[in-house]
Design a protein around this ligand. Structure first.
Ligand code: CMX
Length: 137
């Protein structure tokens, strides 16, 4: 059994406007807003809401050529990806390659929170964009 996966790190939700969607998550759900970050490489602004040991991440595109902007145009607002935290992202990627999964990132790169991240294509997971991530000390 593969014991590399530790937990759901976060669920990414594509929104047109963080400002207009935040009140639902803060007020109705009562989640703690713990900050925002612009991830230049991905052309998104990300708002973080803590939910237990995991987070919800509201993703708002900062440019029309952002992958999130394309997602919003095609599919509308909603769940964009699920991120699973692994102990060792390099061995997780090796395992995916061994099993023939289609990787968007063959090698990890640095994402929000300075984490190492790599995406697995939704076409090889049954329609869910999976992000593998590992916190760096
Ligand atoms: N979840 C599920 N399916 C998705 C998807 C998503 N998030 N994004 C696209 N798809 C589907 C599309 O619906 C489409 O399916 P059909 O062919 O059946 O219509 C197919 O995948 C191809 O979609 P596309 O619109 O042509 O999109 P692209 O191939 O240009 O890009 C993807 C899709 C996943 C490769 C691209 O979005 C990507 O590289 N994602 C990884 C990076 C990323 O998402 N960054 C934003 C978050 C950053 C962060 O959290 O820090």
């Amino acid at each position: 059994m593969n014991m590399n996966v530790e937990r759901i790190d976060h669920v990414g939700i594509a929104v047109k406007s963080i400002e207009s969607r935040l009140p639902y998550y803060q007020d109705a759900l009562g989640l703690n807003y713990v900050g925002e970050e612009v991830v230049e490489e991905q052309k998104v602004r990300v708002a973080f809401l803590k939910i237990g040991e995991s987070r919800l991440e509201l993703l708002e595109p900062t440019s029309e050529d952002s992958t999130v902007a394309k997602f919003l145009q095609k599919r509308g607002e909603g769940i964009h990806h699920i991120a699973v935290h692994v102990k060792d992202i390099y061995s997780a990627l090796e395992e995916h390659k061994r099993l023939g999964s289609r990787l968007i990132d063959e090698d990890p790169r640095v994402g929000a929170h300075n984490m190492l991240i790599a995406f697995v294509h939704p076409k090889s997971t049954g329609g869910v964009l999976i992000e593998l991530c590992q916190h760096q000390d």
